[in-house]
Design a protein around this ligand. Structure first.
Ligand code: G4P
Length: 528
């Protein structure tokens, strides 16, 4: 019997908005057996607990929906799909979710190629060497030439590509897709219809295809398959696992071309949970003792309770409900008596979970993003980044009696990673920092809906925020007093330097060469 971590595949989908992430998610859940009907998500199995209003809350929240987890079993494996928000702006939460996966699917719109957000998210994956499988989606629409797309991925992302499934036609001429590795031709009952049959062929020259594909198009496809085999890399497992090569599937999530092939690929080639770096050592997933880290906290998941749920990725050991785990930051032992597992639509109490799984731990604000839990060993997982905000605003509170609610809202929402909160040295109004401008609306509407407090924002003279540190306390003190107006502190009490421009940062750097300026700060610093 395989070890428990070997049967788990924890992955995320990255894409630019509108490329088809939601459609693909739904189809993966459908073909993975987690939901009965795509487009009309149904609860799985009668024994599931009463359906929570989880999905409803998420739908109401629209763009403010932060990531969630969907677990399903398929082909004797456990798939954990971690959802990342797909809107144009993104929060740190998106990035942090990627610290909790072992691989990713990158969805690209065949008519658009690589777009801005695909690139940003890809870069985060690259930082962590996360292996990526690519789906070129919407081939049933007018699309760019397949070679143009492959070259674009290869050049823009500096990534080798290995095309495994190529499209036969596009838009009105879309017939289906051809698997160059095993000769399978995926097609619908009629041209343009959804995928519903596989024709086994001996290769692209198989005469069966002459019956099925229009002559001129087939000619072109034969040429394309031949050129692809010489023009691009062959699939290489090691290269993929190291993050240097991406297998590429052309398809159409809407018309079911791709989802099953992706599930098969995730099962066959995507890595099982990988070792996790920590302060004192690297933790292997097959270790007996349970350990994990919290990559996300979400407040107000249930409108009836003021609870928060901390999402913990298990890094090692077999977790059992009721276990006592040590929260390293506080040194306290926490009894995890009602851990939540997340399914396509439901959440239920988890009796057990293994490495790669994500469990939700309900709490009243005692668990933070970045927290490590172990069975007692004194170690902390590293690598969860905090990003320098790109939008800074002062928070204004028209109703002065609501200070408490405001503090609560800002603390909770900062905990979720929606915003960063800074306390200025001078003056008393909070300053918030966001990674994207859209988050301002989200913050305002959630503060109103969930905490009953109206807030406004005022621009401030600063546009950039960077963390500062220095090993020499005397030099640090001199720097702080020379720049007292520019210094704020984040929630952890770390000093942050506010600047009007990159020029100002560079200028200050020159005057204080002992100070390190950082655009990201690891929530947990390795004791290097
Ligand atoms: P996102 O989560 O990445 O933002 O994308 P989403 O799945 O919501 O898809 C965006 C739009 O693209 C949707 O259309 C969806 O139906 C369509 N789409 C997704 N995959 C395919 C595909 O393979 N082929 C084609 N032709 N379209 C695809 P919409 O009109 O915005 O929404 P809806 O009215 O269909 O719900």
């Amino acid at each position: 019997m395989p070890a428990s971590h070997e049967i788990r595949r924890t992955f995320a989908i990255i894409s630019h908005p509108d490329a088809g992430k939601t459609t693909l998610t739904e189809k993966l859940l459908y073909f993975g057996g987690a939901i009965r009907m795509a487009g009309q998500v149904k609860a799985r199995g009668e024994k599931r607990r009463a359906k929570s209003d989880w999905m409803k809350i998420e739908q109401e929240r629209g763009i403010s929906v932060t990531s969630s987890v969907m677990t399903f079993e398929h082909k004797d494996l456990i798939f954990n799909l971690l959802d990342t928000p797909g809107h144009e702006d993104f929060s740190e939460d998106t990035y942090r979710t990627l610290t909790a996966v072992d691989s990713a699917i990158m969805v690209i719109d065949a008519s658009k190629g690589i777009e801005a957000q695909t690139l940003k998210l890809f870069e985060v994956c690259r930082l962590r060497d996360i292996p990526i499988i690519t789906l070129v989606n919407k081939c049933d629409r007018e699309a760019k030439d397949p070679f143009e797309l492959l070259d674009e991925i290869q050049e823009t992302l500096a990534l080798d590509v290995a095309p495994l499934v190529l499209p036969i036609g596009s838009g009105s001429t879309f017939h289906g897709c051809f698997n160059v590795t095993n000769g399978e031709y995926y097609t619908g009952a009629h041209k343009g219809e959804a995928f519903d049959r596989i024709v086994e062929t001996s290769g692209i020259d198989d005469p069966q295809l002459d019956e099925l594909v229009d002559g001129q198009l087939l000619e072109e496809c034969r040429e394309m398959v031949e050129l692809a085999s010489v023009g691009y890399s062959e699939f290489d497992l090691d290269s993929y696992r190291e993050g240097h090569l991406s297998p590429v599937i052309f398809g159409s999530a809407l018309k079911d071309f791709g989802p099953t092939a992706l599930l098969d690929l995730i099962a066959e080639i995507a890595p099982a949970p990988r070792p996790s770096p920590a302060t004192t050592r690297t933790v292997n997933p097959d270790e007996k003792k349970v350990s994990g880290f919290v990559f996300k906290v979400q407040a107000n998941m249930d409108s009836h309770h003021r609870d928060r749920v901390a999402f913990m990725r298990i890094c090692s050991g077999d977790f059992k409900r009721g276990m006592k785990l040590r929260q390293i930051r506080t040194g306290k032992d926490v009894m995890v008596h009602s851990p939540i597992m997340f399914f396509a639509q439901d959440r239920e109490i988890a009796d057990e979970a293994g490495p790669g799984d994500v469990i939700g731990i309900p709490n009243h604000g005692t668990i933070r993003v970045g927290d490590t839990f172990t069975e007692g060993e004194q170690l902390q997982f590293t690598g969860l980044p905090a990003f320098a905000p790109e939008v800074l605003r002062r928070v204004r509170l028209p109703d002065g009696t609501k200070v408490k609610q405001l503090r609560r809202a800002l603390e909770d929402l900062a905990e979720e990673g929606l915003t960063q909160v800074f306390k200025p040295n001078i003056g008393s109004n909070w300053i918030i920092g966001l990674v994207g401008i859209l988050q301002l609306d989200v913050l305002k509407s959630r503060a109103k809906a969930e905490y009953g407090v109206d807030i406004d924002f005022e621009p401030i003279t600063y546009n950039m925020a960077v963390w500062v540190k220095c090993d020499d306390p005397v030099k640090m003190k001199a720097f702080m007093s020379a720049n007292v107006n520019n210094i704020v502190h984040d929630r952890e009490g770390s000093p942050v330097f506010l600047a009007k421009s990159q020029w100002e940062i560079d200028f200050t750097k020159e005057r204080h060469p002992a100070i390190t300026f950082m655009k990201t700060r690891e929530l947990i610093q390795a004791e290097a």
